[in-house]
Design a protein around this ligand. Structure first.
Ligand code: UDP
Ligand code: MG
Length: 328
């Protein structure tokens, strides 16, 4: 039995909290973020902070800004990736590097309010290992993003296992035992929301209102979101592959019945040649169906191919961490 089975945790033991912050061209947002988080935790005795920024191949002054801030704020660590690997890979890098007993992936644009982390820690002290931040509103997202997200969750939760909690993003608190479990997952195509759900653990929720971005602009446009949704479904369900067996059987059955009806018609009424339109319709319909089936096969085959290469998820150019030995 380990200490996690013992129920409520002591409130007086100090804990190290690692904030995992993926950043991609976020020069403007970083000062706001540091100031607000600093203010929230300034009065919290017993919570030690580690800011772990993952610079995901930014092309603006993000890295310089972070390193300048590090001069003043020694709790900042910066992991500089060799190019833009995407938020999922950046978060994976952050989870690998995090040293905290508690780990919270958080966006730098302050859409995940840092005050909520205090409520999360309170839940963790009650004995939960995962505390999810649940968005009460999606007003800060566009109509298209809200609707497509809604459809995605509905479809995904119908066909995939495990289910994804709705209105929950990457903003969550995890005990280090959860992070250890995540590190054990070997796949290189990482749909983090799904992986988080897959590892399980005792889970609680904290509700919050999602504000607008404090500065800069969103990095997720329609095409990127579509591909993200495809990644989610293909990572956690094989139903899109299997559906063709049943669709094919249904179409074969219909065409068999159609063949019988034609044969009967010929026997009763004699030979009849019209039917140009129905031939064209069925040829194009079946052609389309087959191409869709091949397309979906391709989605899975492509992912299997990339997975089979066993390439690393990300490459680190440099790890900027202020060590204690450097202290004068
Ligand atoms: N991000 C990243 N790599 C990317 C895209 C985004 O590290 O390729 C980071 C970004 O800097 C931000 C977080 O992921 O800290 C969330 O991005 P964004 O706010 O654009 O997403 P949204 O809130 O609009 O869904
Ligand atoms: Mg955002």
């Amino acid at each position: 039995m380990n200490s996690y089975d013992l129920g409520p945790r002591a409130t007086d033991t100090p804990v190290l909290l690692t904030l995992v912050i993926p950043v991609f061209n976020e020069t403007e947002a970083i000062p706001f973020f540091l100031e607000r988080v600093g203010a929230v935790f300034a009065t919290q005795a017993g919570i030690e902070l580690e800011f772990l920024f993952i610079n995901d191949g930014s092309t603006d002054a993000t890295l310089q800004t972070l390193l300048e801030c590090q001069q003043r704020e020694r709790r900042i660590r910066v992991l500089d990736l060799s190019r833009n690997f995407g938020k999922e890979a950046a978060m994976t890098a952050g989870l690998e590097e995090a040293r905290g007993q508690l780990v919270v992936p958080i966006d730098v644009d302050l859409q995940d309010p840092p005050e909520v982390i205090l409520e999360m820690i309170a839940k963790w002290r009650e004995g939960y290992e995962v505390v999810l931040g649940r968005r009460l509103n999606r007003d800060s997202d566009s109509w298209a993003k809200r609707t497509s997200a809604n459809w995605f969750y509905r479809l995904h939760n119908k066909i995939a296992n495990p289910q994804l909690p709705e209105n929950v993003g990457d903003f969550r608190l995890m005990d280090h035992c959860v992070v250890e479990a995540l590190k054990e997952l070997p796949e290189s195509r990482r749909f983090m929301k799904g992986l988080f759900a897959w590892v399980g653990f005792r889970t609680a929720y904290v509700d919050y209102a999602r504000p607008e971005r404090v500065a800069g602009s969103t990095k997720f446009n329609g095409w990127r979101l579509w591909n993200f949704a495809l990644e989610g479904v293909t990572s956690f369900s094989t139903d899109p592959l299997r559906v063709w067996t049943y669709l094919g059987s249904a179409v074969s059955l219909v065409s068999f019945l159609f063949a019988i009806s034609i044969a009967l018609k010929v026997l009763i009424k004699g030979v009849d040649v019209p039917g140009y339109a129905s031939i064209i319709v069925s040829v194009t319909f079946l052609g389309g169906l087959q191409l869709m089936g091949i397309g979906i096969l391709g989605e899975y085959l492509g992912r299997t191919y990339l997975e089979a290469k066993r390439r690393p998820v990300y490459v680190v150019r440099k790890n900027y961490t202020v060590t204690d030995q450097a202290e004068p």
